[in-house]
Design a protein around this ligand. Structure first.
Ligand code: PLP
Length: 423
């Protein structure tokens, strides 16, 4: 158990860090988090993260470790793996990746040779940095070929074009997954194309792991994907980390790729937190949560559009939306992000498909509902949020208006405490 005096020891012995922690708690409580990749984890997970499991070296896997003293670490890692398998219907789960980026690297490094061709979603269309962005090591190691969505056709993937690309380039792997794409995928189409050209399939569902676990979005494990990766800290509400779900046939390769291939000792406090979050996701209440995340996204998206905001793909099927600020309000995403920050609504600037503007001054912002839903917000709050966002972006140079909006946002947020923070 975490010592009850831990907080007061910190306050007495390292007042600077303590003050920053108190400040961050106040910041998270005062405003609302709309960055779609963020969430508020469970108080139980905070306990696990701050526990003595952080002291332990557990290189290897349950029953096959390089150090002694593993009777309890084996328990938590087995629980985490079993819960992950059950939740996603997967044959094998590796819960040791330290975060999303090493999780994806472990899959690539286990299956691909340098120079191999991989198909991935274009980054400006929503693909992730770890899907071969030129600035990433994985981007230079492999030959990435891009496919795109059709933003004017509700963001549909053009599978005929994708099939052509696959036939032409004969990729060793087809990667689907996104961090900024407001639709669901047709996994069967991806799988059929991959089978036709003999490619491996990987779905990186980092953003929607919780929505799949809650049964409200399609599960690539049901479509025979070879590898399904997800972060644990986004819609799943767990600690920061990653998971790889795979078939029995790849179990050995994936486990060896994570350790000793890529990583050293797993972070067992994080594995304990992952096990807790997966246990929560198996409870019926989590399906309700996932549904509320989607419902809130629908309400927020329609209210924004009714207020005159232009959403990329014209709406959302998941928890996120990308707002074209240039088209809607004549300001770029950076100004929009800063304006919303100033009224205690946290979002992030975001490129839109084939964005003519540079990444640090892109055309859009990205919004999502997992964190607000965790705070207990619903329809009424989503409608109010949309109103504040539109008001602020329209009047971004009016400091009196922004001050008034900030007051309203913070007044509302004060009724929705952050889990794990004493009010
Ligand atoms: C967030 C995310 C990652 C990376 O996760 P980190 O924990 O930030 O390394 C990878 N892929 C996708 C699709 C993501 O959304």
């Amino acid at each position: 158990m975490r010592s009850p005096s831990g907080r007061s020891l910190l306050e007495a012995n390292d007042p600077e860090i303590h003050a920053a922690l108190v400040g961050e708690e106040a910041r998270q409580s005062a405003g609302i988090e709309l960055i779609p990749s963020e969430n508020y984890t469970y108080p139980e997970v905070l306990v696990a993260l701050g526990s003595v499991f952080t002291n332990k070296y557990s290189e290897g896997y349950p029953g096959r470790r390089y150090y002694g003293g593993q009777e309890y670490t084996d328990v938590i890692e087995r629980l985490a793996r079993n819960r992950a398998r059950k939740l996603f219907g997967a044959e094998h789960a590796n819960v040791q990746p330290l975060s999303g980026a090493p999780m994806n690297a472990a899959v690539y490094l286990s299956m691909l040779e340098p120079g191999d061709t991989v198909l991935g979603m274009d980054l400006s269309h929503g693909g992730h940095l770890t899907h071969g962005a030129p600035v990433s090591h994985m981007g230079t190691l492999y030959n990435w070929i891009r496919y795109k969505s059709e933003p004017d056709n509700q963001g549909r993937i053009d599978f005929d074009a994708l099939r052509e690309t696959a036939r032409q380039h004969r990729p060793k792997m087809i990667v689907c997954g996104y961090s900024s794409y407001p639709r669901d995928y047709d996994y069967a189409e991806f799988k059929a194309i991959a089978d036709e050209v003999g490619a491996l399939t990987m779905a990186d569902v980092s953003h929607i792991g919780g929505l799949i676990a809650g049964g409200v979005m399609r599960n690539p494990c049901d479509y025979g994907f070879d590898f399904v990766t997800t972060t644990t800290h986004k819609s799943l509400r767990g600690p920061r980390g990653g998971m790889i779900l795979t078939k029995k046939a790849f179990r050995r390769d994936i486990d060896r790729s994570v350790f000793p291939g890529l990583q050293g000792g797993p972070h067992m406090n994080q594995v304990a937190g992952t096990a807790i979050a997966l246990g929560k996701a198996l409870e019926p209440a989590f399906a309700d949560y996932a549904q509320r995340v989607l419902d809130n996204a629908q309400t927020l998206a329609s209210a924004l559009m009714q207020g005159g905001a232009n959403l990329v793909t014209g709406g959302t099927d998941n928890h996120m939306m990308v707002l074209d600020c240039v088209q809607s309000f004549g300001i770029d995403g950076r100004v929009a992000e800063e304006t919303l920050d100033s009224i205690s609504i946290t979002t992030n600037k975001q490129v839109i498909p084939d964005d003519p503007n540079p990444p640090l001054r892109p055309s859009g912002i990205r919004l999502g509902t997992p964190a607000a839903t965790t705070r207990g917000m619903g329809d009424a709050e989503m409608a109010r949020l949309a109103g504040w966002i539109i008001d602020a972006l329209r009047n971004h140079e009016d400091s009196a208006a922004l001050a008034r909006l900030k007051g309203e946002v913070e007044e509302t947020c004060s009724g929705f405490p952050v889990p794990g923070v004493e009010p």
